[in-house]
Design a protein around this ligand. Structure first.
Ligand SMILES: [Zn+2]
Ligand SMILES: [Zn+2]
Length: 497
């Protein structure tokens, strides 16, 4: 009773003075600590219990599982999960949610498949976690299958599930389907609205995002911090500086919320891109929070777009202090120098990177074909159909060159020989994924969907635009920053990314 009511210290006091402990009393206390947000205590108690000669039952193990995940001890959780003899809905779901919370979405999906194979019926909580995994990975086919499962189980109208579905379709770039789910929801909360508004903003439909925000206000719902991130990023993409200022001010003045670092980052981006760099710097210097790496990296990327080396150097230096092992800022600064031919500075950034032993982030792209995911790195040669892929890519490049396209080699950022630049830029991972998509589905009219873990480079962006025109088929590319919908030779991001 004490444990359940949050009086965990009283529970412990009594427990320690009980001579006749049994599994039930141990379980009560372990569950109490978990509920009280003390996972470490849970784990300690679990070990104490075993040392005391008590045999944990499935209830104990289920609770300890959650504790391990909250302490981010995934391997330990797996070990404990395997101990459970009769795995019920709760233990399966705890494990799936734990995987999702720890960034192991692939494992979550695999475990979900096992859960179904064992005949355990998932609930809305399980389903929504699995849909979030599909969203994160942009696995549309998998997501659609789980959507089907949700309908069969009768949980598709559940608020948690349908909000996750809206988010999933948006993150897969299928705004139309996201809207159908959103429109059919019997009730909506601010989470569902946020998913749809953010989806519009991420997919370049900025005005739709702002219109939907106004509709949310008409419903007398109170926007939250996440709503404003979506609204400000819509203003950002659309270059609506005045509207952005008004929305930003309304966060504190009208809704009595404290603007977060995310909001400031949006504003710095908007101001910087609109040419108000001084105002952007003032905002960084006068904000109530200590500027973090998000703020500095936002400023750095704005400076890179604007070619503002002075402020770029300042932001990069702050990032080198805050995240000395993150390759991104080094590469960005070195790119800025390279763009204006300052090769000596490029070399000094490179040697700084080397001296600090900074590893570059491996870039890769992936494409989903018939429910299967195919991953590519630049100049990939591991795929079983490598030869055909390169042939197809060669054909595409030839077609584009006939149409007057030349690869933008200045974006390959070493001062190496022209030909070498040409080779590496032609085989960036997203180009290989695109070629594979075309081979597997040559005659379809549906969009080709590609995902990439880092930002798309300028050459690939141009390439995708032209391919969408030459082959007359839309391409959707999701990179780490946003969505690019390439149709008929132009992109939804309006070349702003
Ligand atoms: Zn590229
Ligand atoms: Zn784009």
């Amino acid at each position: 009773m004490y444990a359940k009511c949050g009086e965990i210290d009283k529970a412990r006091w009594l427990f320690d003075r009980t001579d006749k402990k049994n599994v039930v009393s141990w379980n009560s206390l372990i569950a109490g600590y978990l509920k009280n947000g003390q996972p470490k205590k849970c784990i300690d108690l679990f070990q104490e219990m075993q040392l005391g000669g008590f045999k944990p039952d499935d209830v104990t193990v289920s609770n300890v599982l959650g504790a391990y995940f909250r302490s981010r001890l995934v391997d330990e959780a797996i070990e404990v999960f395997n101990l459970i003899k009769n795995k019920d809905k709760v233990s399966w779901t705890t494990m799936i949610v734990g995987y999702v919370q720890n960034g192991k979405e692939e494992d979550a999906l695999n475990l979900f498949a096992k859960m179904l194979a064992e005949g355990v019926k998932p609930d809305s909580f399980t389903i929504s976690s699995v849909i979030s995994s599909c969203a994160k990975l942009a696995y549309l086919c998998n997501g659609q299958v789980v959507h089907g499962k949700a309908i069969l189980l009768g949980v598709d109208n559940d608020l948690l599930v349908s909000s996750a579905l809206v988010d999933m379709y948006c993150k897969c770039g299928i705004i139309k389907d996201a809207w159908i789910v959103f429109d059919m929801m019997p009730s909506r909360n601010v989470v569902s609205w946020n998913a749809m508004i953010r989806g519009y903003a991420q997919n370049g439909q900025d005005l739709e995002a702002l219109v939907l925000y106004e509709k949310l206000l008409q419903q007398k719902l109170k926007p939250d911090s996440i709503t404003f991130v979506a609204v400000l990023s819509a203003c950002n993409h659309a270059g609506l500086i005045e509207e952005g200022r008004i929305y930003f001010d309304s966060i504190s003045k009208r809704y009595a919320l404290v603007p977060t670092l995310d909001h400031y980052a949006c504003m710095i981006n908007l101001l910087g891109r609109s040419g108000c760099m001084t105002e952007a710097i003032d905002l960084v210097n006068n904000m109530p929070h200590e500027p973090n790496s998000l703020i500095w990296s936002t400023l750095l990327s704005v400076c890179a777009i604007k070619g503002d080396i002075e402020n770029g150097e300042m932001a990069a230096k702050r990032l080198f202090e805050l995240e000395p092992l993150n390759a991104g800022p080094y590469i960005m600064l070195s790119n800025m120098y390279a763009t204006c031919g300052r090769w000596e500075d490029v070399a000094s950034v490179r040697s700084l990177m080397k001296s600090k032993n900074v590893k570059k982030f491996a870039a890769y792209s992936w494409i989903e074909i018939d429910n299967e995911v195919h991953k590519f790195v630049a100049e990939d040669a591991t795929h079983p159909q490598t030869e055909i892929i390169y042939e197809e890519l060669g054909r595409l490049i030839k077609k584009l060159q006939e149409a007057g396209f030349m690869p933008d080699t200045k974006l390959v950022l070493h001062n190496v020989e022209e030909e070498e630049k040409f080779a590496s830029i032609c085989y960036h991972s997203e180009k290989l994924a695109l070629a594979y998509g075309l081979i597997k589905n040559p005659h379809a009219t549906t969009p080709i969907r590609i995902m990439k873990n880092i930002r798309v480079c300028g050459d690939c962006h141009m390439f995708m635009k032209l391919v969408s025109k030459v082959i007359g088929r839309p391409i959707i590319l999701r990179d780490s920053n946003r969505f690019h919908h390439f149709v008929g030779g132009s992109c939804s991001c309006k070349d702003y990314w």
